[in-house]
Design a protein around this ligand. Structure first.
Ligand code: UD1
Ligand code: UDP
Length: 368
């Protein structure tokens, strides 16, 4: 039983579900309803070939405690009534942690896709979700070698950990022939060259003072090049209030579906973001990525990719350097991260299928 609830979950789950389907494994998909707008949820099911969820718990938004409690209550009923043999959770959102806790207490094995990422920043809700989910998981699927090291350092038994690559990149590579830049430019009336921007981290969009500063910096970027920004619902009110739209070269959009969004990124001059997934996608697309954060749980996107952590005050200057054609990024390795090759879903499915058949692959070790 796959548990998904928020936008990045859908992108990660699609290749795993498809690969298990190809092996004839019986599976179900539970949508928690953490994200619910069509543009944050249903569009991904339509575009990524995900099966219609067997159930949508309709949990919706709320404070962390309210949302997590509703997630746990809904998932507990679901797990009891359907008795899944294994629960698969994705990433680091509240739906991930809630499913892990509930399954573990019902003695249902848990597999965590994208285990072991660490920002070492406990002020991020995602860091709490990741660390606890990994402790609860019988199978930890890691996207990068340093994630394997983090799990080992935290005492997660080596037999539970599998380095499998990155299913989000499976989705990207599997969609390459669908990214039609010319059609998107025409449909969205995009400028010839532009920076694509996304912001949704609480540290960037929840505090009005921080938001005002970021809006001023984005306007300094827009003084140099058009900025196209699909606005996440979390930051919408604060960014609007701070006057984000009040610049002739700022183009604000509703959240985009996956194909439109990656097409937008692929054709951009550079990206400004605080998204986890976008740091990974730009690593493969080799688009300069300016990440407005003091840390990242995905350092491999810096060493093997086009990502760089930046402060808001550095942003306009770095954009002007990119526009002047100066080399960008700190990548010390020319290759993309190991196993980010489009086959992570198949590796995960193979391990899961063996595990469920009672013949744990590479020593996968049931915890219960
Ligand atoms: C969540 C994840 C974050 C992830 C992000 C991906 C947690 C703690 N955070 O953040 O790790 O990077 O998803 O996008 O799980 N809203 C809508 N429509 C929707 C969904 C949300 O308007 O379909 C608005 C609501 O006002 C809600 C707010 O967005 O209160 C935040 O939603 P929530 O799911 O709590 O967290 P995100 O900020 O989206
Ligand atoms: N994404 C999208 N439309 C958008 C913004 C992002 O389809 O308008 C995709 C993006 O390509 C990536 C995923 O959503 O695959 C990442 O989600 P998000 O940034 O919301 O979450 P995070 O990765 O930070 O947890």
């Amino acid at each position: 039983m796959h548990i998904v609830g928020a936008r990045p979950n859908f992108v990660k789950a699609a290749p795993v579900v498809a690969a298990l389907e190809a092996r004839g494994v019986r599976q179900s998909v539970v949508h928690t309803g953490q994200h619910y707008d069509d543009r944050m949820s249903a569009v991904f099911f339509r575009e990524l070939g995900l099966p219609r969820p067997d159930v949508d718990l309709g949990v919706g938004s709320g404070s962390h405690a309210v949302q997590t409690a509703a997630l746990m209550t809904g998932l507990e009923q679901e797990f009891i009534s359907r008795s899944p043999g294994l629960v698969v959770v994705y990433g680091d959102v509240n739906s991930t942690l809630a499913a892990g806790v509930v399954a573990a207490k019902l003695h249902i094995p848990v597999a965590h896709v994208e285990a072991g990422l660490r920002s070492f920043d406990w002020s991020m809700p995602e860091e709490v979700n990741r660390r606890l989910t990994d402790q609860l998981s019988d199978l930890c699927f890691a996207t990068s070698p340093e994630a394997v090291g983090h799990l080992a350092a935290e005492g997660v038994g080596v037999h539970r950990v599998h380095l499998v690559g990155n299913p989000m990149i499976d989705t990207l590579l599997g969609s390459l022939d669908r990214f039609d830049t010319a059609a998107l430019r025409e449909r969205l009336k995009l400028p010839e060259s532009y920076v694509a921007a996304t912001l949704h981290r609480p540290a960037n969009v929840d505090d009005p003072e921080v938001v005002a500063r970021l809006v001023a910096r984005l306007h300094e970027v827009a003084d140099q090049i058009d900025v196209v920004m699909p606005v996440h619902p979390r930051g919408r009110a604060a960014l609007t209030e701070a006057g984000l739209a009040d610049h002739p070269r700022m183009h604000l959009l509703e959240p985009l579906g996956y194909i439109d969004f990656v097409t937008l990124v692929r054709a951009s001059t550079a990206v400004v973001t605080d998204s986890g997934g976008v740091q990974e996608e730009t690593t493969i697309l080799r688009v300069p990525c300016l990440t407005l954060r003091p840390n990242t749980e995905r350092p491999i996107t810096i060493t093997h990719g086009s990502n760089r952590l930046v402060t808001d005050s550095e942003l306009p200057g770095l954009v002007s350097k990119i526009l002047a054609g100066e080399s960008f990024g700190a990548a010390t390795v020319a290759d993309v991260p190991p196993l980010w090759d489009g086959h992570a879903g198949e590796r995960i499915a193979a391990i899961l299928a063996d595990w469920m058949a009672g013949a744990p692959a590479a020593g996968a070790e049931p915890r219960a």
